[in-house]
Design a protein around this ligand. Structure first.
Ligand SMILES: NC(=O)c1ccc[n+]([C@@H]2O[C@H](COP(=O)([O-])OP(=O)(O)OC[C@H]3O[C@@H](n4cnc5c(N)ncnc54)[C@H](OP(=O)(O)O)[C@@H]3O)[C@@H](O)[C@H]2O)c1
Length: 251
């Protein structure tokens, strides 16, 4: 094992939900490279999360892998405590896990159960995690909360109304919370990607563009991780939705 090196997140403890996925895995590794110890959740793909944990340990970090089906509110509520027991007090919460079956607004398959489970994973779980994490962050005078939204929250997107509404809800949640904890060293921000390949959400090959992207290519998980790290290391940035979308959406 290599010796732990100092970095901007040295000694910090981060929880990354959906670390078995493309964006979550890339972000977790970037946090590990910056010095953070990691709690990594998965729902169906344990091996993928274990692979990320192995790479983090090779960098000299501690890494715990936790099963978490975030449709269950008890699991979302308990996760922060689990992190505390396994690693210590949580400094950085990355609410990244997301689900979104592509369904038209007038498709009967978009039933109440699908609506509710999408909301549970994409919006209720980030809320429950944040509610559990914020008191400790506020009392210790440092915290970072980052939600992973989507440009669907801004332009409606292509997945469906359930997905767009769940992601837009994260923006309202962030706006409500950010000002209330800003004076305690805690930032709350949202990153809103689009068309990121190398993910379960968008497994397209790099050449396959479903729509013209101004920068002329699809996004990479590293593009999201780069921006996320800039947001997480900036204590003067809070209450912001920042898009990373190749220029698709004009904000
Ligand atoms: N890729 C894009 O173009 C894009 C664009 C905009 C926004 N996003 C957002 O980026 C985030 C990460 O997605 P990704 O693109 O990296 O896709 P991904 O590779 O499919 O990752 C999705 C992650 O969410 C987890 N997840 C799904 N359902 C869950 C549940 N019921 N409980 C707990 N975890 C669950 C998955 O866990 P398992 O795999 O272990 O089941 C996986 O780790 C999502 O919030 C997504 O909405 C992605």
């Amino acid at each position: 094992m290599s010796q732990p090196e100092q970095g901007p997140m040295s000694g910090r403890i981060a929880l990354v939900t959906g670390a078995s996925g493309g964006i979550g895995g890339a972000l977790a590794l970037r946090l590990a490279a910056a010095g953070a110890d990691l709690a990594l959740t998965y729902s169906g793909h344990r091996q993928a999360a274990e692979g990320v944990a192995e790479q983090a340990r090779a960098l000299g970090r501690r890494a715990a892998v936790l099963a978490a089906d975030l449709t269950d509110p008890r699991i979302a509520t308990d996760l922060v405590d689990q992190v505390g027991t396994r690693l210590g007090p949580l400094d950085i919460l990355i609410a990244n896990a997301g689900t979104g079956r592509q369904l038209s607004w007038d498709d009967d398959a978009l039933d109440v159960a699908t609506w509710d489970s999408t909301m549970a994973v994409n919006l209720r779980a980030p809320w429950l995690l944040t509610r559990a994490a914020l008191p400790g962050m506020v009392s210790r005078g440092f915290g970072r909360v980052l939600y992973v939204s989507s440009i669907a929250a801004l332009n409606g997107g292509i997945v469906g109304p359930h997905y767009a509404a769940s992601k837009a809800g994260l923006h309202g949640l962030m706006h409500h919370l950010a000002g209330r904890v800003a004076g305690h060293g805690v930032t709350v921000n949202t990153i809103a990607p689009a068309l990121i390949t190398g993910t379960g959400f968008f497994p397209a090959a790099p050449g396959e563009m479903p729509m013209p992207v101004p920068v002329g290519r699809l996004g990479r998980t590293e593009d999201v991780a780069d921006l996320a790290m800039a947001m997480l290391t900036n204590g003067y940035l809070t209450n912001k939705v920042v898009t990373v979308d190749g220029g698709l959406y004009p904000t």
